[in-house]
Design a protein around this ligand. Structure first.
Ligand SMILES: NC(=O)c1ccc[n+]([C@@H]2O[C@H](COP(=O)([O-])OP(=O)(O)OC[C@H]3O[C@@H](n4cnc5c(N)ncnc54)[C@H](OP(=O)(O)O)[C@@H]3O)[C@@H](O)[C@H]2O)c1
Length: 283
């Protein structure tokens, strides 16, 4: 892969086009995937193609995604596996924040065991739970970091104010918020990440399909460019900021190969502007 790189937390250099492993599960991100063997092939092919940053969470499945990653890739050999804690699962599509610090610790311990590692390279607080002080949640992750159980701490779905408050408690290496060409509400926190050298990991980079659709908003520009719509959506993200680390997800090798190839597309400034305007009009 010829993707540009980013040094996560200043010391973990990864290709900026990563892989999101949430879709390697059943419907509603619940239970096993329909085609387990294809999911294992997706993970191995991603690494063959140069992907070295994989995003997951204990809540994906739950446990299914982490287990698959271990089965496909352990002992990882230079691949950074980032996981998350802080969401309970009670059924398909049900997600409930739980930031009780001892529970976050248990999730970390179980992810260490499930992934078969001594240290989790990037451990992200999936949501700040308003039922507990944010500093206690981030503080528990700081303790885990000091104990060597996690290397870097990340946050997910935070505002610029929440990021600032968390940074007063612990060093924060990454922020993962929903962001794509047509959904840009996270721009204020992206701007902070860019100025502070914090990785910004946009989830939903393809809007779960519509931005990759053959009759979607990117089709005409994509045809002009000789690329697919999903590739343009990803190339736009990569050009948007040097701290941007998209993690498109798929359960199919063909889609993976198409998405990874987006790292080779260099948009001109004019193309970038055209796409920005087209995306804003859709948003
Ligand atoms: N922090 C959070 O709160 C949070 C929330 C959601 C997700 N995430 C993370 O972000 C990652 C990505 O988010 P996401 O999965 O919601 O959205 P996404 O990557 O924008 O979309 C994934 C969906 O798009 C389809 N797709 C992927 N590539 C395609 C292609 N080339 N052509 C056509 N369809 C394609 C996939 O279906 P197929 O399987 O059929 O290819 C999949 O259903 C997740 O895997 C997860 O790691 C984080």
């Amino acid at each position: 892969m010829t993707s540009p790189t980013f040094a996560l937390g200043g010391d973990l250099t990864v290709n900026r086009l990563g892989f999101g492993a949430m879709r390697l599960t059943g419907k509603g991100v619940w239970g096993p995937p329909a085609d387990r063997d294809e999911c294992l092939r997706v993970l191995r092919r991603a690494v063959e193609l140069g992907v070295d940053f994989i995003d997951t969470a204990d809540s994906y499945g739950p446990y299914v995604s982490e287990d698959l990653i271990r089965d496909a890739l352990h002992p990882y050999d230079g691949v950074v596996v980032a996981t998350k804690a802080g969401l309970l699962r009670t059924g398909p599509d049900d997600w409930t924040p739980l930031g009780f610090p001892a529970y976050l610790r248990q999730e970390c311990e179980m992810s260490l065991r499930r992934l078969g590692v001594d240290t989790i390279e990037l451990f992200q607080l999936h949501r700040i739970d308003s039922k507990f002080p944010a500093e206690d949640q981030v503080g528990e992750l700081l303790k885990l970091q000091q104990e060597g159980k996690i290397r870097h701490i990340g946050l997910s779905e935070v505002t610029a104010e929440q990021l600032a408050a968390a940074r007063a408690v612990a060093p924060i290496a990454s922020v993962q918020n929903m962001y794509n060409l047509t959904m840009r509400a996270a721009e204020p926190v992206l701007d902070v990440c860019e100025s502070e050298g914090i990785a910004f990991i946009p989830w939903f980079p393809l809007a779960a399909g519509p931005l990759a659709a053959s009759d979607g908003p990117l089709q005409r520009i994509a045809a002009d460019h000789g690329a697919s719509p999903s590739q343009l959506a990803l190339a736009w993200l990569l050009k948007r900021s040097p701290v941007m680390l998209p993690i498109p997800g798929t359960s199919k090798v063909a889609h993976l190969e198409e998405n990874v190839a987006a790292a080779r597309i260099e948009l001109t400034d004019a193309e970038f502007e055209t796409l920005s305007k087209a995306g804003a009009a859709q948003g």
